[in-house]
Design a protein around this ligand. Structure first.
Ligand SMILES: Nc1ncnc2c1ncn2[C@@H]1O[C@H](COP(=O)(O)OP(=O)(O)OP(=O)(O)O)[C@@H](O)[C@H]1O
Ligand SMILES: Nc1nc2c(c(=O)[nH]1)N=C(CO)CN2
Length: 157
């Protein structure tokens, strides 16, 4: 089994329900060990869209990276994710953030996720789960200093 961190996001429909549906589907092939809180987050990239709901899970899987990507993309398809504009609104988005100690860069799979360290909507929930993590030789605590905090709000149930 390999340790993985996956980032989930949604900003169409009942985002919390969408994410929980995706988690149920993910649990068929990913043993979910830990879930971050939910966060309401300002859209990054394309601003003219609803705020997202984001969270990160820590899990383990026997799927290899390619199989894991195929699996997460099958979940996005099953949940009728329709590709709109780049960075645009979506029912569900599942990103592979970290897979063990693997560093890979193929045309459709880059691990660690190449933009995760720029994203408060990934780093804040990730820090909640793994405050001692080192990503590309940078301690996550140092990455956290880049964020001001107004772009993200923890959802308190
Ligand atoms: N680590 C990764 N996790 C998920 N998809 C990845 C990863 N690396 C590359 N990809 C590729 O990114 C492509 C676009 O995925 P998607 O449409 O979900 O992008 P996005 O989530 O909108 O943008 P971003 O990747 O910046 O979060 C996928 O088809 C997949 O092949
Ligand atoms: N706040 C937020 N912004 C985004 C998100 C997301 O999940 N949350 N996903 C994107 C494309 O992956 C682009 N922008």
């Amino acid at each position: 089994m390999n340790k993985v961190y996956l980032g989930l996001g949604s900003n169409i429909g009942d985002s919390k329900r969408n994410i929980e549906s995706a988690l149920l589907l993910l649990s068929k092939k990913v043993n979910i060990l830990n879930k971050s809180s939910y966060y309401e987050t300002e859209p990054v990239g394309f601003k003219d869209q609803p705020w997202f709901l984001n969270m990160v899970i820590e899990g383990e899987t026997s799927l290899n990276p390619r199989e894991l990507l195929d699996f997460t993309q099958s979940i996005e398809r099953d949940m009728k994710r329709v590709k709109t504009i780049v960075n645009g609104p979506r029912i569900i988005d599942v990103d592979i953030l970290i897979y063990g100690d693997i560093k890979m860069e193929s045309e459709n799979l880059i691990i660690p996720h190449p933009r995760m360290h720029e994203r408060a909507f990934v780093m804040v929930p990730m820090f909640e789960l793994a405050p001692k993590l080192v990503i590309n030789n940078i301690p996550i605590g140092d990455i956290m200093k880049n964020f001001k905090g107004e772009e993200i709000r923890k959802v308190v149930d």
